[in-house]
Write a protein that binds this ligand. Structure first.
Ligand code: GLU
Length: 372
């Protein structure tokens, strides 16, 4: 088999016993064995693990997941070290070196830090280390955080140009409805287009201690497959299924990836940056950027929403198609300036703003189409 870059995400519900909240040691040991085997075969492996908050709560004897951000952050600070100790003990038994990588959402927004993170992962993988990633919960802010590790793992998979993302969870695959509540729920083995899922009532509830649910997994699959990463949702209690899936077994729900069409910088614009506003485009502008590969000009903007500065990321939405997002890009003007120039021709901008600004509002080099 061709050597692959594999990102595996495991959720709190798989790492802990639902009854006691204690660590599910046999699951973790099986995961460690599987990942070490994959490493020994020459694959590059990254583990994204949840559980810091859950383990921290266990250490502190809390009976339920804390509600305030400060409490969650404090619990994560208690649990992260314990969690890593367990991983380090088990991986060390198999002589597999690991590394702790704690990422904040803001690390991916900043282009230099994004590239830095890429370089660090590349070096660790070259050394044969398994990086173990979690959100840097202790310093994350309410406004700027991944919030769930499904999203984090998809962004990491995109960053490192992974071949595969495995989302290990407490159900064995995706169903057309929540199988715990609906006996008619049908299993979904293969998803070639995420739009197929839109009509389904997929349960969004997470577990007691974790954060995500099926909705965040599907959102993660969208990011991953859109950036060229094949994605599978599979049972966390049987980590060795990863090897079977890699060998072609139809286990779990597998999502086909799109071609990795856009370059690394555009992937960063699409998913690393956090959009700060929305520009609503008229039909002509939507056609120009979506079909003709053109830049966005002020004349095609019908309305503006949000507070942003120049060089921030914005969503470009089709005004006459219910405001659906069609592209993302880096904007050349601040909100206040756009209020004055939207709908106006480029040659009038200098007179309106009293200064000759950029000819385009979003240059096509800084613009990425959002595939539906
Ligand atoms: N970062 C959180 C933790 O380690 C997990 C977030 C999630 O459950 O997705 O507890």
């Amino acid at each position: 088999m061709k050597l692959q870059t594999i990102v595996v995400k495991i959720g709190t519900s798989s790492l802990t016993d639902a009854e006691t909240g204690n660590l599910a040691i046999s699951t973790i040991a099986a995961l460690v064995e599987t990942l070490t085997r994959l490493r020994t075969q020459g694959h590059r492996v990254i583990l994204v693990t949840s559980g810091a908050v859950g383990v921290g709560c266990g250490c502190l004897g809390l009976q339920e997941r804390p509600r305030t951000l400060a409490q969650k952050q404090a619990a994560a600070a208690v649990g992260q070290g314990r969690l890593m100790r367990v991983y380090d003990d088990l991986f060390a038994t198999l002589k597999q070196p690991i590394a702790q990588v704690l990422l904040s959402r803001s690390d991916l927004v900043d282009r230099h830090r994004y590239i830095n993170a890429y370089n660090t992962f590349a070096e660790l993988l070259r050394w044969g280390v398994i990086p173990i990633v979690n959100e840097n919960d202790t310093v994350a802010t309410e406004e700027l955080r991944f919030g769930d590790n499904d999203t984090l793992s998809a962004l990491v998979a995109s960053l490192v140009e992974a071949n595969w993302l495995f989302l290990l969870t407490d159900v064995d695959r995706l169903y057309s409805a929540d199988p715990r509540r609906d006996p008619n729920a049908v299993p979904l083995d293969r998803v070639s287009n995420l739009e197929e899922l839109e009509a389904l009532q997929i349960g969004s509830a997470g577990s007691t201690w974790g954060t995500g649910g099926m909705a965040t997994k599907i959102a993660a699959a969208r990011i991953a497959t859109d950036t060229g990463v094949r994605t599978a949702i599979a049972a966390g209690r049987q980590p060795n299924n990863i090897e079977k899936i890699l060998q072609g077994a139809a286990i779990g729900t597998q999502f086909e990836a799109r071609d990795r069409a856009v370059n690394a910088r555009k992937r960063w614009i699409a998913y690393g940056l956090v959009p700060a506003g929305k520009l609503y485009l008229d039909d002509g502008a939507v056609k120009a950027i979506c079909e003709q590969g053109k830049s966005l000009l002020a004349v095609g903007i019908a309305a503006v929403e949000g507070q942003f500065h120049s060089a921030d990321a914005v969503q470009l939405c089709a005004k006459n198609a219910g405001g659906v997002e069609v592209a993302r890009g880096i904007v050349n003007y601040a909100r206040e300036e756009l209020d004055k120039i939207c709908g106006r021709r480029s040659e009038d901008i200098a007179a309106i703003l009293g200064d000759r600004g950029a000819e385009t509002v979003v240059h096509r080099d800084n613009l990425v189409l959002v595939t539906g």
